[in-house]
Design a protein around this ligand. Structure first.
Ligand code: C2E
Ligand code: CA
Ligand code: CA
Ligand code: CA
Length: 279
């Protein structure tokens, strides 16, 4: 048994070694891709559930490798976060997305919000607020058109410090949303202190709707909490009509998901908005 155990430890540490090598390799490739401008943004519409009208889009980062394959953000964003590369990468996303928002406004879609994902490392950066202001100035985007999303689990760890940064961002006129809401076990008081505009209900709760069972109860609790806080609710990952209907009945006004539209390249967005947005 001893021998067997040692064998499995050796196999385990070899696997760990391989994994670390893979990560270092991927990080090097990510830096190259960023430098070579092989990263780009796609945009996924957010709609009013009652009418189907588009009220916003979320900017999502994409990485296409040399051989044409795609690396999912769930693989490379955590790497970028751990290495600090996310600060530069996130600033690039911010500037790009603001520029796109300004172009949308120029084409008559200034009423369509641009939601941008921001990681905790970026919020911790003492120059973050300056970077946001610079992105707005440079693009000419109106602050009220921009919304920043931060994941609930990380937001709550440092809610006191974030409340201060959030305050400064709100003063500039931007909107704020808590992403993956319901996964972070936030207390009511912490949520109240952050005073965000919108709560984004995590896809895991949406998936369980329309299947019967207990899943719907959790979605109902999460929506109830948001309603009590007086915040607007948006659900992510809506794939079926029945989910949209149940969410609407639970008081969730907005939705995003494959049912309405998949994330699309920048070039396709304007035509889509012309057909689906009121302003
Ligand atoms: P997220 O912010 O929760 O984004 C929603 C994810 O759900 C996106 O995955 C989107 O493509 C996917 N999605 C949307 N509708 C549906 C649906 O109906 N069904 C299913 N199965 N999935 C749907 P994506 O683009 O792979 O992004 C994954 C995560 O990577 C994002 O999760 C976000 O946390 C992170 N991310 C993406 N872009 C950025 C970025 O620019 N900055 C930062 N910091 N994080 C980003
Ligand atoms: Ca998001
Ligand atoms: Ca999510
Ligand atoms: Ca997220």
């Amino acid at each position: 048994a001893k021998q067997e155990e040692r064998g499995s430890i050796v196999a385990y540490s070899k696997r760990m070694g391989d994994e670390i090598r893979d990560r270092v390799h991927l990080l090097r490739e990510l830096r190259d891709a960023f430098a070579a401008e092989r990263l780009f943004l796609v945009f996924q519409p957010q709609v009013e559930l009652a009418t189907g009208r588009c009220v916003g889009v979320e900017a999502l980062l994409r990485w296409r490798t040399d051989d044409g394959g795609m690396v999912p953000p769930d693989r490379f964003i955590p790497l970028a976060e751990r290495s600090g590369l996310i600060v530069a990468l996130g600033e690039w996303v911010l500037r790009r997305a603001c520029r796109k928002a300004a172009r949308m406004a120029a084409r008559g879609h200034g009423g369509v919000r641009m939601a941008i994902n921001v990681s905790l490392t970026q919020f911790r950066d003492p120059r973050f607020v300056d970077r946001v202001r610079a992105a707005l100035d440079e693009s000419g985007a109106s602050p009220g058109q921009i919304e920043l999303e931060i994941t609930e689990s990380v937001a709550m760890d440092e809610s006191a410090r974030l409340a201060e940064v959030f305050g400064r961002i709100r003063e500039m006129g931007l909107e704020l949303a808590i992403d993956d809401f319901g996964t972070g076990y936030s207390s009511l008081s912490k949520l109240q202190r952050l005073r965000v505009d919108r709560l984004k209900i995590d896809r895991s709760f949406v998936q369980e709707l329309g299947q019967g069972g207990r899943g719907g109860e959790i979605a109902s609790l999460v929506c109830g909490l948001g309603r009590r806080l007086g915040m607007e609710l948006i659900a992510e990952g809506i794939e079926e009509q029945v989910q949209a209907e149940q969410l609407l009945a639970l008081g969730c006004q907005l939705g995003q998901g494959y049912l309405f539209a998949r994330p699309m390249p920048a070039d396709d967005l304007h035509a889509w908005l012309d057909a689906h947005a009121a302003g």
